[in-house]
Design a protein around this ligand. Structure first.
Ligand SMILES: NC(=O)c1ccc[n+]([C@@H]2O[C@H](COP(=O)([O-])OP(=O)(O)OC[C@H]3O[C@@H](n4cnc5c(N)ncnc54)[C@H](OP(=O)(O)O)[C@@H]3O)[C@@H](O)[C@H]2O)c1
Length: 247
């Protein structure tokens, strides 16, 4: 049976943008919401936009969580703790969670160009504390804006994937690879999410100053594709070189 990817808060800008891109790439999507009807409406709009055999269903967040193999957390920072507490007994062991949350000050009425301090270090580390054993977590997509995702153009952005769990990191990187133009980069441990997320506030400022809606981040001097081999192996070196040559 094909895997199912839940977008918790998938009625919003970031969640529906990711749902659109992943459904277009052939993934089976579950839109989650506090309101099942709202989720069904978003799912219908996305199905109509994609057409064909797009597999997108809408349901409440607990139902999406119970039914999914991968859950992408796309609710505002201010709502994440309450949602994760609600879901604590719902997760299936083996589920992979991908956290996109940025603790923007805007989420509590402040500026979109500032981030809040998070006691645990980052929103993702806070999420980690609220997940049961057997559910693994990666942080990703924090710097990939909703406006860019909503368009049909290739995105021009690197996506740093941070996790303490190798499988979660691989799965998140694989999903990044389904979005044309996006390059997944191994961002190291989950704690590095505290470095990655604040860049989003900087990007919000750049969007305002340059009057654009798609500022993104690119790193130089790295292989052009995600490299699953451990660094330093001869094979990984060869694959990296081949990726560069093939480009
Ligand atoms: N927007 C971006 O460009 C962007 C870029 C990178 C990362 N992110 C991250 O993605 C997440 C979502 O951003 P967004 O712009 O899509 O936010 P949003 O549109 O304001 O909210 C997303 C959805 O979350 C649900 N929600 C709102 N308040 C909630 C609460 N208190 N408790 C539970 N659910 C709540 C709502 O769905 P229902 O009402 O249907 O439940 C809403 O449609 C944020 O954590 C943000 O930092 C966003």
């Amino acid at each position: 049976m094909a895997r199912k990817i839940a977008l918790l808060g998938g009625t919003g800008a970031e969640g529906s943008g990711l749902a659109y891109r992943l459904a277009k790439a052939g993934e089976h999507i579950l839109i989650g919401s506090r309101d099942a009807v709202r989720a069904q409406e978003t799912a219908k709009l996305l199905r109509e936009r994609i057409g064909g055999a797009a597999q997108i269903e809408g349901m409440d967040n607990p139902s999406a969580t119970a039914a999914c193999d991968i859950a992408v957390l796309t609710v505002p920072f201010s709502g994440a703790v309450a949602l994760l507490r609600q879901l604590k007994s719902v997760w299936k062991p083996g589920t992979i969670v991908i956290d996109t949350t940025v603790p923007l000050a805007a989420t509590v009425g402040g500026a979109a160009t500032r981030v809040l301090g998070v006691w645990q270090g980052s929103a993702a580390q806070q999420t980690q504390e609220l997940l049961p054993a057997g559910v693994s977590l990666a942080a990703a997509f924090q710097n990939l804006g909703a406006d860019v995702l909503a368009s049909d153009n290739p995105v021009d952005c690197d996506v740093l994937v941070c996790s303490d769990d190798e499988k979660a990191k691989q799965v998140a990187a694989e999903l990044v690879g389904k979005i044309p133009g996006a390059r997944a980069l191994n961002g190291g441990k989950l704690e590095n999410a505290r470095i990655v997320a604040p860049f989003t506030a900087l990007l919000a400022g750049l969007n305002m100053r340059y009057k654009v809606d798609g500022a993104g981040i690119r790193f130089t001097g790295l292989p052009l594709k995600w490299n699953p081999q451990p660094p330093g192996t001869r094979l990984s070196l060869l694959l990296s070189r081949q990726a560069v040559t093939n480009r």
